[in-house]
Write a protein that binds this ligand. Structure first.
Ligand SMILES: [Zn+2]
Ligand SMILES: [Zn+2]
Length: 171
C-alpha cells in the first residue's frame, strides 16, 4: 500500500509540495486536493503538525493531530454542532453569574453541565473560547491573565485565559 504524507518542497520557487508516493504537487490547492483524495487532513496535509508561528510547530488542531481526513471531518461536524448548541446567549448567561474573574475552563464546564453534554463529545472549550473572545472584542469582558507563553514578539499563547466582566472591574 502506498503511503502519502505531503511536505513542502524547498528550493523551488513558488508553492510546491512533494508527497511520499512520488507525486509533485504544484500549489497549495493541488496539495490539498491530493490530501483529500488520499484521506489526509487538508490543513496539515497528513504531517499531523501545523505551523503556529515561525519556528513553532504543534499538533494540528484541525484533525486532532492524527493527520487524517476522517478525524478532520469529524472535528468539523462536532464543531458545527457545538456552534448550534452553544450560542452567544448561553455563554453570556453563564458569564453574568460571575462578579469576579473567571477562567475559560470554568465557563466551559458550566456550559457543558448546563447543556448536559458528556465530556469529550463536543469541542465545548474551543467554541466557548471563540465566543468569549467575541465578548472581549465587544468590550463586555476584559482579559486579565498574563500570557502563559510568548512566542516571538507578536504571538501569545494562553492555556486557560482569565477574564472579568468589564463593568465589574470598577474602571
Ligand atoms: Zn501521495
Ligand atoms: Zn491535520
Amino acid at each position: 500500500m502506498t503511503t502519502h504524507a505531503i511536505s513542502p518542497l524547498s528550493g523551488i520557487l513558488g508553492d510546491a509540495f512533494a508527497c511520499e508516493c512520488g507525486a509533485v504537487l504544484a500549489g497549495r490547492m493541488t496539495a490539498e486536493l491530493h490530501a483529500a483524495e488520499n484521506g489526509l487532513c487538508t490543513v496539515c496535509l497528513g504531517s499531523t503538525l501545523e505551523d503556529a508561528a515561525p519556528g513553532l510547530r504543534r499538533g494540528c488542531t484541525a484533525c486532532a493531530a492524527t493527520g487524517r481526513r476522517k478525524e478532520q471531518i469529524t472535528w468539523q461536524l462536532a464543531y458545527a454542532e457545538a456552534e448550534q448548541l452553544i450560542t452567544m446567549s448561553v455563554v453570556r448567561g453563564v458569564v453574568a453569574a460571575y462578579d469576579g474573574p473567571f477562567h475559560l475552563s470554568e465557563i466551559a464546564d458550566s456550559v457543558r453541565a448546563g447543556l448536559g453534554l458528556p465530556t469529550g463529545r463536543l469541542p465545548v472549550g474551543p467554541r466557548v473560547r471563540d465566543l468569549l473572545l467575541e465578548l472581549q472584542a465587544a468590550g463586555e469582558i476584559t482579559m486579565l491573565s498574563a500570557p502563559d507563553e510568548m512566542i516571538g514578539t507578536d504571538l501569545v499563547l494562553y492555556r486557560d485565559p482569565q477574564w472579568q466582566r468589564a463593568h465589574t472591574l470598577g474602571l
